[in-house]
Design a protein around this ligand. Structure first.
Ligand code: GLU
Ligand code: MG
Length: 685
């Protein structure tokens, strides 16, 4: 998460006067990249994943599974080990890397080198993830385990939830009721971010998740674990003045959200236009994947009535003032800002004909007019100028005194300062300074899954879907307001089965471009089994690998253009979106992936493995398998010690984490969560 400089961070009062300096130079830096690289073309598909972990320390005698705060030592050790492997092998490329994250109990890993478009790379993801986990596991203490759990159930709950234990009354940066200072990565960036978000906002962050009301939950639920009367920090009265809602789980610190783990994917595109096209196409996919990967129903020792982390992180870095949130009249020259810095995308950015920005960019997405004008005058097109000028309404939150003055021709630090603290569902990433990397797109909504098999499955699905979108030149646009409505629905309990989602009815650009196999397809059955030859966009014959550089054909004469935008989409079930809708030409996203696979020359054994991954996604879609969130909720509710009062006790949490670890190692069956034939195989390190 963001860049780590070594240096002296400025306080909020010292930072404010430099806000315009950072923005102005950030834009200058962007314009240098633009001038140098806007026409860069021909980059191959390279992609990568990021997996975030939390390290738990087990105390079997006390029946407690706590968060281990040894991040610094663990990372130092892993660094030494991986350096050592690289030296021995003489090949630093294949050695994974471990990175710090916000929580002092967290690790993040990435593959040593990006994956290419080779099918064997697609199939190496799972073993690479397993290798990383095994490396981490091997170099932890005997009682420590790395988990890919999205939210730790008892973060901030009463009692001891970290190893070692710290008193939550010492919370210098966050002023939280619940989380001690030591929960946060000690690198200056993280406590400074935490404190400066609080100072900019003028209050503690306030997150209220609806409580899952069980048969013996006291009503109304006024949380007895909130120290309502505390008077230690100036913000302490906020809770009783209305920040903490009844019948909700109240959280008041950045650590609750940024202490969550996710699975992210980054794609290098062929050129800037393909990156913009892919960015747009994945925007409506984001809420669907959030719902399908939902994995976080437990918070601060309670069961929530939501399944995802999204609103918690969004709220935990919400640095907007009351004015910006529309609670007080705006002063001259200030913006009302509808969303937190961590939120869903607000603007489509592609200039391709399918994008109808006047119709689809239909929500309030304020931008800085001076920055917009400057970008336009420099020759940046309107949509990209708006995107950048929208990101740049934010203030820099962390500035180091040593890096205030930069050479804008070679540095991108000021640009990245703003860019990397806009945490949206998708991130459009210009090439970094001084590297060979091209224009990239990062897909960020997914919750991390409990096992590497699942993480690999979702990664493969998105990689293949991204290729299917480009190959078939799919049109997935719906208005951003509908994507946002889908984001809200995606987080609710059991959204995959209980909700409908807005989705586009006609995804092929024209009636004649729909592959012939579509109309005859039976929803739910892979079209590849029909074996129909598919000829789209003049691409015929089998490709040997996943590629970049799909030509963007002009708008066809028979383009599908509905009378009104409202005619273009409808509410569908997740099953219809993924498996196709009977009686329509929409084959469903999974079948589109199968149709794309049909265009590739894949060995049967490799295809069978890909199908295992797609099968997991399909079973999650149609409810034959549960999401991690449903499985976790059910585990707690069927635990003999659960009292049907919405509380996740220390002991229940311990047993849940033991179970998850056993599932991950293949020692315990979870037939409702994973396919029967799946068994984890931990590789030797
Ligand atoms: N951990 C954050 C999440 O769950 C993402 C942080 C990052 O951008 O790496 O979304
Ligand atoms: Mg991260």
């Amino acid at each position: 998460m963001g860049l780590l400089y070594l240096g002296t961070p400025l306080t909020w009062d010292e930072t404010k006067p430099y806000a315009d300096h950072v923005r102005t130079h950030g834009i200058t830096q962007f314009l240098h990249i633009w001038d140098r690289l806007k026409d860069r073309h021909g980059d191959e598909l390279l992609w990568g994943d990021e997996v975030e972990y939390m390290v738990a320390a087990f105390d079997d005698q006390d029946k407690n599974a706590k968060l281990s705060l040894r991040q610094t030592e663990i990372l130092a050790k892993l660094q030494a080990i991986t350096d050592d492997i690289a030296d021995t092998r003489g090949d630093s490329q294949s050695v994974p890397t471990f990175h710090p994250e916000y929580g002092r109990f967290m690790l993040e890993s990435t593959p040593g080198a990006p994956y290419t478009g080779e099918i064997r790379d697609l199939l190496s993801v799972e073993s690479d993830m397993r290798h990383r986990r095994a490396l981490a596991r091997k170099h932890l203490k005997d009682n420590e385990i790395p988990f890919t759990m999205t939210s730790y159930p008892r973060l901030g709950a009463p009692g001891v939830f970290t190893e070692p234990h710290y008193d939550p009354e010492d919370a210098e940066s966050s002023h939280s009721f619940f989380l001690p200072e030591e929960i946060t990565n000690p690198h200056a960036r993280f406590p400074t971010l935490t404190a400066n978000i609080r100072r900019r906002r003028g209050a503690k962050v306030a997150i209220n998740l609806p409580l899952f009301i069980d048969s013996r939950t006291p009503r109304p639920f006024v949380d007895p674990t909130i120290p309502w009367q505390r008077t230690l920090y100036p913000e302490d009265p906020e809770a009783k003045q209305g920040a903490a809602l009844i019948d909700h789980i109240y959280m008041d610190a950045m650590g609750f959200g940024m202490g969550c783990s996710c699975l992210q994917l980054t794609f290098q595109a062929c050129n800037i236009n393909e990156a913009r096209r892919l960015y747009d196409a994945l925007i409506p996919i984001a809420p669907l994947m959030l719902a399908l990967t939902a994995a976080s129903p437990l918070w601060r020792g309670y069961i929530a009535n939501v399944d995802c982390r999204w609103d918690v992180i969004s709220g935990c870095v919400d640095d907007r003032t009351e004015e910006e949130r529309g609670l007080k009249p705006l002063k001259e020259g200030r913006f009302k800002i509808p969303k937190s810095r961590y939120d869903s995308v607000s603007l489509y950015i592609s200039e391709y004909w399918m994008n109808r920005p006047k119709d689809y960019n239909d929500i309030d997405a304020p931008h800085d007019p001076a920055i917009f004008d400057r970008l336009r005058e420099h020759g940046v097109d309107e949509l990209l100028s708006r995107h950048i000028a929208h990101l740049f309404i934010r203030d820099p939150l962390v500035i180091f005194s040593e890096t205030i003055h930069q050479d804008d021709t070679v540095s991108t630090d000021h640009f990245e300062n703003i860019q990397s603290t806009n945490w949206q569902t998708l991130r459009f990433k210009p090439p970094p300074a001084g590297s060979s990397i091209g224009w990239r797109v990062e897909f960020r909504p997914m919750e991390v899954q409990l096992t590497d098999f699942e993480n690999a499955a979702f990664a493969c699905f998105i990689v293949l879907l991204s290729r299917a979108i480009l190959h078939f030149n799919l049109n997935l646009y719906i208005p951003i307001s509908k994507v946002d409505e889908n984001m809200a629905r995606a987080q609710t309990r059991d959204a995959v089965r209980a909700q409908r989602f807005y989705f586009r009815k006609e995804v092929f650009p024209s009636a004649s471009s729909a592959p012939s196999s579509c109309a005859s397809s039976t929803p739910g059955s892979p079209i590849s089994e029909h074996g129909n030859p598919i000829v789209v966009n003049g691409v015929n014959g089998k490709e040997k690998k996943l590629r970049n550089c799909f030509p963007l054909p002009p708008m066809p004469d028979d383009a599908v253009i509905a009378k009104t935008v409202a005619d273009e989409y409808e509410e569908m079930t997740m099953e219809e979106i993924m498996n196709g809708k009977t009686g329509t030409t929409f084959p469903g996203l999974l079948n589109l992936v199968y149709m794309y696979l049909d265009t590739l020359d894949i060995e049967p054994a490799a295809l069978a493995r890909i199908e295992d991954y797609l099968d997991l996604v399909r079973r999650r879609t149609d409810g034959r398998l549960q999401t991690a969130a449903s499985w976790i909720r059910e585990f707690v509710r069927s635990h003999p010690k659960y009292e049907f009062d919405s509380v996740v006790s220390k002991e229940v949490n311990h047993d849940l984490m033991v179970a998850i670890d056993e599932i991950e190692r293949g020692l315990r069956d979870a037939p409702d969560l994973l396919p029967a034939n799946h068994r984890a195989k931990s590789p030797k390190v």
